[in-house]
Design a protein around this ligand. Structure first.
Ligand SMILES: CC(=O)Nc1ccn([C@H]2C[C@H](O)[C@@H](CO)O2)c(=O)n1
Length: 104
């Protein structure tokens, strides 16, 4: 079976498929994605493939630089986004914004 290149928690799948979520904010371990790269994208929970994303950009961002535009692109409020990041990456301050578009 083909491996996925990136995974998302299953609860975000509908927003990605609908184009409501166009970025993800990840730590250094997932900072290697390059513009133009096509990513097989799956669910974290079962690794099931659900779409292919094309990377638009990968940009460093500090936790205290997150703003309403990031939240809009995540289809969340800024408070929700900060809460999600605190739960996934407790204590971390340096992140990467991976902007993407769904191509299939
Ligand atoms: C394994 C792992 O870290 N998986 C992740 C990490 C982040 N996300 C989503 C959650 C938010 O929408 C942004 C912010 O990090 O990215 C995810 O779905 N799965």
């Amino acid at each position: 079976m083909l491996q996925n290149d990136i995974t998302f928690f299953a609860r975000f799948e509908p927003d990605i498929l609908a184009g409501r979520k166009t970025i993800t904010i990840r730590d250094a371990a997932e900072s290697h994605f390059q513009p133009g790269q096509r990513l097989r994208t799956g669910r974290y929970e079962d690794n099931g493939y659900f779409c292919t994303l094309e990377v638009i950009s990968t940009t460093p961002v500090a936790l205290n630089e997150l703003n309403d535009e990031h939240a809009r692109q995540e289809n969340m409020t800024l408070a929700e986004l900060r809460q999600v990041i605190a739960e996934i990456y407790p204590g971390l301050d340096e992140f990467y914004v991976i902007a993407f578009k769904r191509i299939s």
